[in-house]
Design a protein around this ligand. Structure first.
Ligand code: B12
Ligand code: SF4
Length: 510
């Protein structure tokens, strides 16, 4: 049987880093790890091809080759998903679809031949059995959550690694916390399920053998959900592996703020090669943090906690949200101060949205405040509910935060704040490669010669030369900044349209 696995196109967003990837001649940030994992679960007798539409064009000849298309998707890929479904229908190619979009909105895709929902480790084997018997059902789902000990190594040979900025690896699923806007716990549960250290070492070996060097993203939603196992088992094994192989990788991941409370864990993570963590900081205000049950962030000095993590050798990227019921007009300035003072260079500020099934969604439904389904992009100026704050005030404040933190002046100031606090001593830094040198020259031309405000770039470069270890990070941040400024331009445009639309429709935003 011939299976064509398709990852639909993702629009250009703050998270896609598309403008930044151009500097290093990469097409996409990460490969579709879900599809690569699913591919590895298929029988060996199946022929497989994978088209990631973010790096390769999907042609009719690809579809005609296939006996069945295996389609994945996030909500943000909806437009491309709809287009693929239409093309498959025209060419009479059957589809089996799975992944977060279909699991969250199955009723919107009942015309698809086979929905294989939730985690494939459970639903896929039943589907495959039925398929081989010649009687596959239209709908497969489960209430169970699989043990990750059975999850295979992703099938790397289906992609061209050179097209991607990072490779992905997954250690755990689930998160013990209960933030009310987050659908990770609805998708993957509160009980953390992990792979064994042997599985992770085998995955590292497989990536190494496939020729990958450089950055690896642990895609876990909260890598530190089970600290003791990390400290006793996984991290020591990774430290040993990295030493043996002469540090071929550096790692980044997502973690909760309580990382700052555990010096031993931070030390071990840095020794293992972690140099960056993404943390959901969300809000400078205790009331808003309490409102959304972000208990791990309450009752602490957030700036001090972030700085402490940086001092251990981990860059902190962070997510922030405005639009909580408890947000007062002063929240915007407090958020700018928090971001600037803590030196979070990559700060992702979004408008609150309520994904379906979350506690926030249920609360808003009971208050009759839900509008349209979320678009899946928390930075496209849409909300799927009516906020408490006046919409113009909220959008104006949001715009002010974005305009300020991504302005060259504030952005460069933040880079300095971060680098002055960051401990390089123990960090395993990404090795300088040919592509980094090329990126430096491209950045110098694009940001240092062509772009407005170039003196900020040159000031920063000259400043970094006092301590040359800072230079690669300064160049990298400058390239990210270029992407953020480009995205901001399109957001401004959407903002204006949205403000006009909401003026016509009273206070609601959809
Ligand atoms: C890595 C990641 C990214 C990466 C890239 C993802 C990529 N190229 O695949 C980056 C950082 C770019 C990213 C970005 C975003 N992401 Co993201 N991301 C993740 C994350 C953390 C891990 C995904 C992953 O690799 N998992 C590991 C694999 C093995 O699991 P999986 O993909 O779920 O696949 C399993 C099943 O779903 C299923 N399956 C998947 N596909 C298929 C297909 C078939 C045919 C079958 C049978 C089964 C199947 O089987 C697999 C094995 O069990 C998830 C959260 C999570 N825990 O999954 C969020 C998540 C997928 N992201 C999400 C969102 C919202 C975003 C953003 C839109 C955020 C934003 N607000 O802007 C952006 C935008 C995208 C962009 N412009 O690039 C949401 C999606 C929600 C939804 N219902 O669609 C998630 C679930 C997190 C969340 N709850 O908020 N993301
Ligand atoms: S800590 Fe992160 S992953 Fe866990 S529930 Fe909160 S937002 Fe979701």
């Amino acid at each position: 049987m011939k299976i064509l696995l398709i990852n639909p196109e993702v629009p250009n967003t703050f998270w896609s880093l598309k403008h930044a990837l151009n500097f290093v001649s990469k097409k996409a940030l990460l490969p579709p790890l879900g599809l690569l994992t699913v591919a590895a679960m298929l029988p060996e007798s199946f022929e497989k091809k994978l088209i990631d539409m973010n790096v390769t064009r999907l042609r009719d000849r690809h579809l005609k080759w296939a006996d069945m298309v295996f389609l994945t998707g996030m909500v943000i890929q909806k437009k491309s998903v709809d287009h693929i479904i239409e093309r498959c229908k025209k060419l009479n190619v059957k589809i089996a679809a799975g992944g977060p979009l279909f699991t969250a909105f199955p009723e919107a895709y009942l015309t698809i031949d086979h929905l294989v929902l939730k985690e494939a480790e459970i639903t896929l084997p039943t589907f495959l059995k039925d398929l081989q018997k010649g009687c596959p059902e239209p709908y497969y789902t489960t209430r169970e959550r699989p043990d990750l000990k059975e999850t295979p190594i992703p099938q790397w040979d289906l992609i061209n690694m050179k097209k991607y900025g990072l490779m992905g690896i997954q250690y755990s699923r689930g998160c013990p916390f209960n933030c009310d806007f987050c659908d990770v716990t609805r998708l993957f549960g509160h009980v953390l399920r992990t792979k064994t250290k042997e599985q992770i070492i085998a995955e590292l070996d497989s990536l190494y053998a496939a020729g990958w060097r450089g950055e690896l993203f642990f895609v876990d939603d909260n890598f530190i959900g089970e600290k003791n196992v990390l400290k006793k088992e996984l991290l020591p094994a990774m430290i040993q592996w990295m030493e043996q192989k002469n540090n071929p990788f550096c790692f980044n991941t997502q973690a909760s703020m309580n990382l700052a409370d555990d010096d031993e864990l931070m030390t071990l993570m840095v020794r293992a090669g972690f140099d960056c963590v993404f943390i959901g900081v969300e809000s400078p205000d205790e009331t808003s943090l309490t409102e959304c049950h972000k208990t791990q962030n309450t009752g602490r000095d957030l700036v001090a906690a972030i700085k402490k993590i940086q001092q251990f050798g981990l860059q902190v990227q962070a997510g922030f949200i405005v639009g909580f019921d408890g947000d007062k007009p002063g929240v915007f300035d407090r958020m700018i101060n928090l971001i600037q003072d803590s030196g979070v260079v990559t700060a992702m500020v979004g408008l609150l949205n309520a994904p379906r099934g979350t506690n926030l969604y249920k609360k808003l439904m009971s208050e009759n405040r839900l509008t349209e389904p979320p678009t899946g992009d928390n930075m496209d100026c849409t909300m799927n509910f009516i906020p408490r704050m006046d919409i113009h005030e909220l959008l104006g404040g949001y715009q002010k935060v974005l305009n300020t933190i991504y302005s060259q002046k504030y952005y460069c100031k933040r880079i300095k704040t971060f680098l002055e606090n960051y401990n390089f001593a123990d960090a395993i830094m990404p090795k300088v490669r040919y592509s980094s040198i090329k990126a430096f020259f491209r950045a110098t031309w694009r940001i240092g010669v062509i772009e407005k405000g170039k003196f900020h770039y040159w000031k920063l470069i000259l400043w970094s030369l006092k301590k040359p270890r800072r230079l690669p990070l300064v160049v990298r941040f400058s390239i990210y900044g270029f992407h953020f400024r480009k995205m901001l331009k399109s957001i401004r445009f959407q903002m204006n349209e949205l403000a006009a639309a909401s003026a016509n429709a009273g206070n609601s935003v959809g």
